[in-house]
Design a protein around this ligand. Structure first.
Ligand code: F6P
Length: 500
């Protein structure tokens, strides 16, 4: 792999202006992916990728044995080597080893039956659902609910993650215990935040007059026995396989509130959109593979241009939570310093993912993108079809602004006044969706999952473990138990808070 990196490092750096002047950028770098009823146009022409870089990165992918890694992922082999597990999230969408796909279908069938039973009145009148989970057990449902249930929801769903009681109290304020069910989402069913919030939610149901509060709880978990121990009846436990990672679990029973809010058919449409992306990822090779192509751009900016962050701006209010979701997906997966084999990675790994929604972000953070000293590769995401029914000026202006920002970042503008000069040559990619329906949301998320995986393969990283989060958890426990000595700063803070 080092030879492929050295060849890439030795390629000349050309400006976007020069690149546009010397070749047909759209033929080389703009692509459409279509499925039955929808599609997305991916445009990387405003990045610095050119024929030589694409060839160089294809050689890197060969040297990294990308095809073998992809096959291992999609056929249910052990890819999470540090934990000895497969990563079977694509099987949830129908792409994977036969046994994994069959298991996923059976579990989806069970979930569908429960969703339809609840909609049919089996748990009495259900107007609200408080979904309690954290990290991968919350960010996916919250993001998908915002995208698909922002206007109408069959059940009004609130996602609560933080241990800070303010979060749960806000959800309780908006709900009536008599018509609320609680979904406890935790792969392990041991996470402190989730179990504490679940206990408080059950107390709230009881205090609110519900005689059998545990009877109003649905558990979404890969540890069904723990959910039963917690007091949830087996008929309301929706399991998912251990081999589905937390940040890849939206497709499993963790997506329960989405199905409850928009109906199981819509949830299934989201799975189908993700499957279209899986099939593309499985079948397309080299630069034609869109998630791999995105990883080429990511690696170029992070490893060869030293970019420490990458930003994603959705010009769509419905995708307001996408940057939060991508932060966990990308930073928890690839924010590592050693390879799958335990060797130090030779270079920078995951950049910091950040972002927001357009046009709001233009009036807040885009100053730095245009004139700051950091080079930040930007992704723009937008939908041709409007989400609103107001005057078309809204959506037209939204899209114009999105396209204007990409053009301005690239072109820049010279002025005699340095304060009014824009250097330009700043890269962006655009994902233009035909419409932002459930299938498109599924395809977009699956695209980012595979992009994250492709980046990991090019760096030699295992993207499926997350040991970095454990130390802080252990120290919080020790502080709570008072069973260890801490540094003077931490001890003083404990004392000041009345906890020492
Ligand atoms: O602490 C990190 C983490 O393990 C995430 O990877 C995971 O999504 C989250 O905590 C929640 O874990 P669980 O679903 O087991 O409650």
């Amino acid at each position: 792999m080092q030879a492929a990196w050295t060849a890439l490092e030795n390629l000349p750096t050309r400006t976007l202006k020069e690149l546009f002047a010397s070749s047909n950028r759209l033929d080389l770098l703009s692509h459409r992916l279509e499925w039955d009823g929808g599609g997305i146009t991916f445009d990387w022409s405003k990045t610095h990728l050119d024929e030589a870089l694409l060839e160089g990165f294809e050689k890197l992918a060969e040297a990294a044995d990308f095809e073998a890694h992809r096959q291992a992922l999609l056929t249910g082999e052990v890819v999470n080597v540090t934990e000895g597990r497969a990563a079977t999230h694509t099987a949830q969408r129908g792409v994977g080893a036969e046994a994994d796909v069959e298991e996923a279908q059976a579990l989806h069938h069970r979930m569908r039956a429960l969703v339809e039973a609840i909609n049919g009145g089996a748990m009495g009148e259900v107007k609200h659902c408080i979904h309690i989970g954290i990290g991968g057990s919350a960010l996916g449902p919250a993001m998908a609910l915002r995208a698909l249930a922002w206007d109408v929801a069959m059940v009004d769903c609130h996602v609560v993650s933080n241990i800070d009681g303010v979060a749960l109290e806000a959800a309780m304020e908006a709900c009536d215990p008599a018509t609320t069910i609680v979904a406890v989402a935790s792969k392990t069913f041991t996470t402190t935040e989730t179990m504490t919030n679940a206990a408080s939610a059950i107390k709230w149901l009881r205090d609110g007059g519900v005689s059998d509060p545990h009877g109003r709880v649905v558990a979404l978990t890969a540890s069904p026995e723990k959910a039963v121990e917690f007091g949830v009846d087996e008929t309301r436990v929706l399991p998912f396989p251990e081999s589905v990672g937390g940040r890849y679990s939206l497709w499993s029973s963790i997506g329960f509130p989405v199905a409850l809010a928009v109906g199981y058919e819509e949830f299934a449409a989201m799975l189908a959109g993700a499957r279209a992306m899986d099939e593309h990822f499985r079948d397309a090779d080299g630069r034609a593979n869109l998630p791999l192509r995105a990883a080429f751009a990511d690696q170029y900016y992070t490893r060869l241009r030293g970019c420490q962050t990458r930003a994603c701006f959705a010009y769509d209010e419905r995708l307001a939570l996408l940057p939060d979701y991508l932060q966990q997906l990308e930073m928890e997966s690839n924010g590592k310093a050693v390879t799958a084999g335990g060797e130090p990675v030779n270079g920078a790994t995951a950049p910091i993912t950040w972002g927001g929604v357009g046009t709001d972000a233009q009036h807040a953070v885009f100053q730095l993108l245009h004139q700051g000293t950091n080079l930040v590769p930007v992704d723009f995401i937008a939908s041709i079809e409007a989400g609103d029914e107001l005057d078309e000026a809204h959506h037209r202006t939204l899209l114009m602004n999105c396209f204007a920002q990409g053009a301005a970042l690239m072109a820049g503008q010279q002025s005699d006044d340095p304060a009014r000069s824009y250097p330009g040559d700043r890269p962006s990619a655009t994902m233009l969706c035909d419409d932002l329906d459930a299938a498109t949301v599924g395809a977009l998320i699956a695209f980012h999952e595979h992009r994250t995986f492709a980046n990991a393969v090019l760096m030699g990283i295992n993207p499926f473990d997350q040991f970095g989060v454990e130390l802080g958890k252990a120290i919080a426990k020790s502080l709570d138990n008072g069973d260890a000595e801490f540094d003077p700063s931490t001890a003083a803070l404990m004392q000041a808070a009345g906890l020492g």
